[in-house]
Every structure is written in structure tokens, then in C-alpha cells.
Design a protein around this ligand. Structure first.
Ligand code: DC
Length: 222
């Protein structure tokens, strides 16, 4: 079967990475978690006292940031395994702040395109179908109500042993949606040719089946 490139965009906690990982495994594709890369930049700034709101300082910090990811979905920042550390809610917010900066986006989009250049990839993020891979053969825009997303994140946090308060999580998700959708550069929006999937009332299996159907259809077309 022809290997295609798949873009999954959508707001925070819509289940993009869960679906992308399962679909990548089924297809033997490479999964690239682009949000993890923005999280690494946010994490680096917080750890090294770089003011998140000082765009010049964040831009300068990029010289000291090397991000690597492996096929086991581990994320390394300057050779340190930060896979778990970057999942904290304060890092989510930091990632959202630094992702609004042009130089941060240039730095990461370049790396994402290089990683995706061989095809047979599935990337999830906010700007994959619109900016990173505008020619991706399959573009999905995955959404869910903020209430559903907050509940999912709440349960995930509990499972990971992280602090969890449902109301705070929902408020933070809504704030992040606003920031990601209203920034000047590459705001989150549905690409014209993306297929929207609302996962609010769907099970994980139903979403995976829907995406797999679309993949098979696209592989046939190609
Ligand atoms: O997908 P995530 O929650 O791990 O992403 C963290 C933040 O990074 C998100 O709030 C916005 C930003 N991001 C982005 O701007 N572009 C991407 N392709 C991926 C993430």
C-alpha cells in the first residue's frame, strides 16, 4: 500500500495523540508529536529562568535547545529524557505561550518537515494541515467539547498521579484554546480540506475505525 502523510489537528486534549499513536502502530507509520516539541521549549524556559513573555529571550534560548524523539515516543531535551516532565499542566500553558513566537515556530516547523520528509508519517498538532504539511494526503480536524476534554485530561492526570481539579483543568483548556486560536502566527484552524471528527460522543475504537477508513480510502485514491 502507498505510504501517505497524515495530519491531525485540533484543540488541546481532543485525543489527537492517542488516536495518532494507535493508527501509526496499525499502519507501521512514524508518529510525530509536535506538541511535545513546543512543550520542550516551554520546559527549557521555565527550568532556566527564561521569561516566557520576553520573545527575544525565548528566541535566544533556542540556540541551546536540542530536541530528539524516538520510536518509543520518548522525548529528549538536550539528551535528558523529559517525556513525563513535559506533561504537567504548567508546561502545557508555557508551551502555548512560546508557540505564539515566529522564531519558535520557524525552528520547530523546519525540524518537523525534515522528520516527515520520507512519508509514512502521522503528525498531530495545531498547524500540521495548514502550515507544516499543507500537501498531506489526509487531514483530520479532531474536536470535542471542552467539558469532555477536561474530563479526559482529569482522568489522565489522576492515572499519572498528577494533581487534578476538574474546574481548573476546564478553565485552562479553554484559555489555551483561546490563545492557540487567536495568535497572529499559524493559529489553530481547520484546513479547508480537513475532515472534522467530533469525538465527544465516540469511543476510542469508533474514532480509530473512522480514521482507518479514511486512510484506506486515501491509499486507494493515491
Ligand atoms: O498538543 P499539545 O497540547 O501537546 O501542545 C502544547 C501547546 O503547543 C499547545 O497549546 C499549542 C502548541 N502547539 C502548536 O502551537 N503547534 C503545534 N503543531 C503543536 C502544539
Amino acid at each position: 500500500m502507498k505510504k501517505i502523510s497524515i495530519a491531525i489537528d485540533g484543540p488541546s486534549a481532543a485525543g489527537k495523540s492517542t488516536i495518532a499513536k494507535i493508527v501509526a502502530k496499525k499502519l507501521d507509520y512514524v508518529y510525530i508529536d509536535t506538541g511535545a516539541m513546543y512543550r520542550c521549549v516551554g520546559y527549557y524556559c521555565l527550568e532556566n529562568n527564561v521569561d516566557l513573555h520576553d520573545e527575544n529571550a525565548v528566541t535566544q534560548a533556542l540556540d541551546n535547545i536540542k530536541i530528539e524523539m524516538n520510536s518509543a515516543n520518548q522525548v529528549f531535551l538536550n539528551q535528558e529524557d523529559v517525556s513525563a516532565k513535559i506533561r504537567h499542566d504548567r508546561i502545557s500553558m508555557a508551551a502555548s505561550v512560546v508557540s505564539a513566537y515566529q522564531e519558535v515556530r520557524n525552528f520547530l516547523v523546519l525540524q518537523q518537515r525534515q522528520m516527515a520528509s520520507q512519508g509514512g508519517v502521522i503528525l498531530d498538532g495545531r498547524d500540521i494541515g495548514t502550515v507544516v504539511l499543507p500537501d498531506a494526503q489526509l487531514k483530520i480536524y479532531q474536536v470535542a467539547s471542552s467539558k469532555t476534554r477536561a474530563k479526559r485530561r482529569y482522568l489522565e492526570n489522576l492515572q499519572r498521579g498528577l494533581e487534578a481539579d476538574l474546574d481548573t483543568i476546564q478553565k485552562e483548556i479553554e484559555q489555551r484554546d483561546y490563545q492557540d486560536m487567536h495568535r497572529k502566527i499559524s493559529p489553530l484552524k481547520k484546513a479547508d480540506d480537513a475532515i472534522e471528527i467530533d469525538t465527544s460522543d465516540l469511543s476510542l475504537e469508533e474514532v480509530v475505525d473512522k480514521v482507518m477508513e479514511l486512510v484506506i480510502q486515501k491509499q486507494k485514491e493515491g
